[in-house]
Design a protein around this ligand. Structure first.
Ligand SMILES: *[C@@H]1O[C@H](CO)[C@@H](O)[C@H](O)[C@H]1NC(C)=O
Ligand SMILES: *[C@@H]1O[C@H](CO)[C@@H](O)[C@H](O)[C@H]1NC(C)=O
Ligand SMILES: *[C@@H]1O[C@H](CO)[C@@H](O)[C@H](O)[C@H]1NC(C)=O
Ligand SMILES: *[C@@H]1O[C@H](CO)[C@@H](O)[C@H](O)[C@H]1NC(C)=O
Ligand SMILES: *[C@@H]1O[C@H](CO)[C@@H](O)[C@H](O)[C@H]1NC(C)=O
Ligand SMILES: *[C@@H]1O[C@H](CO)[C@@H](O)[C@H](O)[C@H]1NC(C)=O
Ligand SMILES: *[C@@H]1O[C@H](CO)[C@@H](O)[C@H](O)[C@H]1NC(C)=O
Ligand SMILES: *[C@@H]1O[C@H](CO)[C@@H](O)[C@H](O)[C@H]1NC(C)=O
Ligand SMILES: *[C@@H]1O[C@H](CO)[C@@H](O)[C@H](O)[C@H]1NC(C)=O
Ligand SMILES: *[C@@H]1O[C@H](CO)[C@@H](O)[C@H](O)[C@H]1NC(C)=O
Ligand SMILES: *[C@@H]1O[C@H](CO)[C@@H](O)[C@H](O)[C@H]1NC(C)=O
Length: 834
């Protein structure tokens, strides 16, 4: 598979090359003074991804100069002379005497110019591998102009959308007028420097769509946007006028399933994500917004809420009524709603009686209204601070953003089926009326019902307990009973339903039973969190590992198969391969390639001391795990957060290459929620990031945390989890941190592997490990960064901050973290599959 992919790629590029030599005689990527690019010629970027040349849109004879992907189907990402087309093919592109990049028509008149001043004597324009056309001063190398600071309708990796004060540029996407006319259309998209930035699409300058605020990982108003989905996204905001957004995808090498991804604002005002899968020649639209009626800005007017699942889609918030009943009834909602009862400060009697204060109505899973004000209040003060401020009419608290307030009006509210934020709307005391009535009912009836229920429950649980006691020992091993439901990591873009089952071999039950000696205890390799694993041998001699899944997946058969097929497509040299599966007799089994050597923990922590791993092997293992993880995180079709990365899940092949196992299990064991947030935590104590263990929030960065722990274990040869016993109450992380602060990291390194010539390299590894286990997810590097610093010699690494769980001197922040009523580290229900 891997081979055929790269083969395909080579083939693809050779096709490009052949085409390329046919149509052009200039194979350069740059143009200098006194050189001319004729209509029939192109500049091609060094690695052949992009080309610059003349083109006509479909059904048009106008000629434009643009940058496009170097593939057969036309995909223009930037146009120079957007509103000044050439009428014929006599145009040329050149560098003029004043150093400008210019387009000349047949009469040598300038049609378009890069418009730099003052003039430079000698400049060169070069098309880079990122698709950026850069005009440089030849003598100083200074960048005079670049196409990335004058965007058209396409948003590529490394572009910056928004304002960058350091270069004095503000970038907007501007839609084409129509598919045949690249001149400025009615739509634009960008980011405005606000305290809580968001992406907006404007139609003729008025808001048309907005993403909702950025919480440092996702835009919270985009449903299904999870941090791992858009993992390469970055938003820089320094609150002094610089706020821009950019993204990058990691280089996937030979394992790539796509060649390119970009976003485009099309002429009808939709922001689309387009993917080009490896070996294909057509772009696929994998995401687009606005996605439904409710996504259009202010669909239901002020104080109106939009819900695609109700009819009509618009309703006034509780406590509000339509401003104009007649128009509202006709479906013209834009005028919005008004308050039924004035708030306390709007009432004229200045002395408000006790007990007639305003209150807050809670709305769950909402797209928060536009124009949020960021307030410097703690979570617990957010409500009271809002109540105290007469102009505050709503508040919301969101992790990663903080306390938000609204004034005057609430516009562009939407109800999501899941995800979104909880918002609290300020209402007058009297709007509470029906709530009070409820209270009476609740006050009498609830206690009666409760006592009945308790009595019944008590009886049954007593009976159950009695019955259960006999089986307890057994069920401790059966993780199916303990195993919480995983949240689904399903992504909207995935074409899971189109997966063909033929792609995955189905094994029949008898065959696997024979191969494993009827699942005999002696062929059992181990017991994972998802069920036991057996070693087997197929009739033709191939050795396999069979994982018999416990029954907790709760998925339909087709759904299960879909997941398995999709996961089995993930192939990477650092992932264990899935060979097929079996679904028969109520059993679900996965068949894997067999790994002759054991898992990493056996090598690191004892038993196999004869197979001692020296530093060079350890370094290879660390890098391999990193590469496997990067593939899981950054694969474009399926972003997978492993969530249980640990030494026993790293298997070693015959050459001691590491292979990550149990990946994708979270998908198979998924529930129906899309949030990257779970109230039940699964993982292994010692490897779980604090935000995951305590708040159930997982992301790429929680895997990075586990990777950091693993890295420290590999270097020190000591288990994080068992550390407490042999080193009086200091965890491995705390120990590493202590030695780091004492400047004595050498002591941390396993003595057997230590060699003073390696000191620098190994210490660097510990340094990286400490960066990965920092308490705040934002501080941790992502896997691609980790890999690049592991494999290169970047001299300056940032200084790590204190890791989580070190105890002792907790910072004030840590204290509030604990006092939020979250679970204490010791009391988490921990599953530690062996
Ligand atoms: C080009 O013209 C053909 C025939 O008139 C039409 O079907 C097609 O949609 C046009 N394409 C575009 C992009 O307008
Ligand atoms: C335009 O300029 C080029 C190069 O300077 C020259 O060869 C050509 O004759 C000129 N064409 C016209 C129409 O002036
Ligand atoms: C541009 O610079 C090169 C040397 O870098 C020099 O030889 C050439 O004369 C310069 N051209 C002009 C027009 O100044
Ligand atoms: C060319 O370079 C760009 C940017 O570095 C990269 O995204 C792309 O994958 C490269 N293409 C090839 C064929 O190497
Ligand atoms: C300008 O610089 C580029 C690359 O540095 C070089 O290839 C080119 O020959 C130079 N042009 C002139 C006119 O010096
Ligand atoms: C940005 O523009 C301002 C005024 O327009 C100017 O003072 C400043 O020097 C510029 N900064 C840069 C980096 O070009
Ligand atoms: C989000 O995901 C759910 C379930 O996968 C899907 O039904 C819904 O249409 C998605 N929403 C959007 C806006 O893509
Ligand atoms: C713009 O994108 C939307 C959503 O993908 C699509 O329905 C529409 O046809 C596109 N418009 C044009 C002109 O391509
Ligand atoms: C809706 O109301 C607005 C403003 O009151 C008006 O301009 C518009 O024509 C109305 N639309 C419809 C479909 O009635
Ligand atoms: C409050 O008093 C002002 C003038 O005294 C009046 O115009 C306004 O309507 C009153 N508001 C309410 C809610 O009674
Ligand atoms: C609350 O009060 C402060 C000043 O006291 C003011 O600046 C702010 O805009 C008010 N409104 C909200 C919603 O915080």
């Amino acid at each position: 598979m891997k081979l055929s992919l790269s083969y395909k790629k080579i083939l693809l590029w050779s096709v490009y090359l052949v085409l390329f030599f046919h149509i052009t005689n200039a194979s350069s990527d740059s143009i200098s003074i006194n050189q001319f690019l004729q209509d029939s010629e192109t500049l091609v970027s060094n690695n052949k991804t992009f080309k610059l040349g003349f083109f006509s849109p479909q059904n048009s004879t106008n000629r434009y100069v643009g940058i496009m992907y170097n593939i057969q189907s036309q995909s223009v990402i930037w146009v120079a002379n957007r509103d000044k087309p050439l009428q014929d093919s006599s145009g040329t592109l050149t560098i003029s005497e004043d150093g400008n990049l210019v387009i000349l028509n047949g009469q040598n008149k300038t049609v378009w110019s890069s418009n730099i001043s003052p003039a430079v004597r000698n400049s060169t324009a070069q098309l880079s591998d990122t698709g950026n056309l850069v005009l440089k001063d030849n003598s100083s190398g200074r960048v005079l102009w670049e196409s990335f600071s004058d965007l058209s309708d396409s948003f590529l990796q490394h572009m910056k959308l928004g304002t960058d004060k350091s270069t004095n540029t503000t970038n907007l996407l501007k839609s084409w007028k129509s598919p045949v006319d690249p001149s400025d259309g009615s739509f634009s998209a960008g980011i405005q420097p606000e305290t809580i930035p968001q992406i907006s699409i404007w139609k003729n300058g008025l808001p048309h769509w907005r993403s909702g605020p950025w919480n440092k990982q996702i835009f919270i108003g985009v449903p299904n946007m999870t941090s791992f989905y858009f993992s390469g996204f970055e938003l820089v905001n320094d609150n002094t006028g610089t706020a821009y957004f950019s993204y990058s995808y990691a280089d996937q090498g030979d394992d790539a399933v796509y060649d390119a991804v970009y976003l485009v604002l099309n002429s009808t005002g939709f922001l689309q994500q387009k993917d080009l899968y490896a070996g294909k020649n057509e772009w696929e639209v994998t995401w687009a917004t606005p996605a439904n009626e409710c996504d259009f800005y202010g669909k239901c007017g002020a104080f109106g809420s939009c819900d695609t699942n109700s009819s009509p889609i618009c309703s006034c918030l509780q406590g509000f009524k339509p401003k104009n009943e007649e128009e509202w009834g006709k479906g013209n909602w834009t005028k919005g709603c008004i308050r039924k009862t004035a708030l306390e400060n709007e009432r004229n009697n200045s002395n408000i009686e006790q007990g007639t204060q305003d209150w807050f109505l809670k709305l769950q899973s909402m797209k928060v209204p536009d124009s949020a004000i960021l307030v410097n209040s703690a979570e617990e003060d957010c409500e009271s601070d809002c109540l105290r401020n007469v102009s505050c009419i709503a508040y919301s608290y969101y992790i990663g953003i903080g306390c938000m307030n609204w004034e005057r009006s609430l516009i562009d509210i939407q109800k999501f089926s899941n995800s979104g934020a909880d918002i609290f709307i300020r209402l007058a005391y009297t709007e509470q009326e029906h709530k009070k009535n409820n209270k009476v009912v609740i006050g009498i009836i609830i206690p009666i019902i409760c006592s009945i229920v308790i009595a019944i429950l008590g009886y049954f649980s007593w009976k159950l307990l009695a019955k259960h006691r006999g089986r307890k020992r057994k069920s401790d091993f059966l993780s199916s009973e303990l195993f919480p439901r995983y949240y689904k990591l399903k992504l909207a873009r995935d074409d899971i339903n189109q997966v063909k089952f033929e792609d995955l071999p189905l094994y029949n039950f008898d065959m696997l039973a024979n191969a494993t000696d009827n699942f005999h205890q002696s062929s059992k390799l181990g017991q994972g969190g998802f069920g036991p694993v057996y070693k087997g041998k197929l009739p033709e001699g191939q050795e396999i590992a069979v994982k018999r899944l416990s029954q907790s997946s709760g998925q339909g058969l087709e759904e299960f198969m879909n997941e398995v097929v999709v996961i089995s497509k993930l192939q990477h040299r650092n992932l264990v391969r899935i060979l097929g599966c079996c679904i028969e007799r109520g059993e679900k089994m996965l068949v894997y390639e067999f790994m002759p050597n054991r898992s990493l923990d056996a090598y690191l922590f004892g038993c196999f001391s004869e197979y001692f791993l020296d530093w060079s092997k350890r370094a290879i293992i660390i890098e391999g795990i990193g590469r496997g993880l990067l593939y899981l995180h950054r694969d474009s079709r399926l972003r997978i957060i492993h969530r249980d990365l640990k030494a026993s899940n790293i298997l070693l092949d015959e050459y001691l290459n590491p292979k990550i196992s149990d990946f994708g299990m979270a998908r198979i064991f998924a529930g129906n929620q899309d949030q990257a947030n779970t109230s039940r935590v699964v993982g292994t104590y010692g490897y779980m990031a604090p935000e995951y263990a305590m708040e159930g929030r997982f992301s790429e960065k929680s895997d990075v945390y586990s990777f950091g722990v693993l890295l420290l274990e590999i270097v020190s040869g000591r288990r994080n989890t068992s550390f407490d016993q042999d080193n009086c109450a200091l965890s491995l992380l705390a120990y590493a941190w202590k030695l780091w602060n004492e400047n004595n990291i050498v002591k941390f390194i396993e003595p057997k592997i230590f060699d003073s010539s390696l000191e620098k390299e190994v210490c660097r590894c510990v340094h990286i490990g400490l960066l990965c286990v920092q308490e705040y997810a934002d501080d941790r590097p992502n896997v691609s960064t980790v890999l690049s610093i592991l494999t290169s010699d970047i001299a300056e690494l940032p200084t790590p901050k204190q890791p989580a769980f070190t105890g002792g001197h907790a910072s004030p922040k840590q204290e509030s973290f604990r006092s939020q009523g979250s679970v204490n580290a010791d009391s988490i229900t921990i599953l530690e599959p062996r």
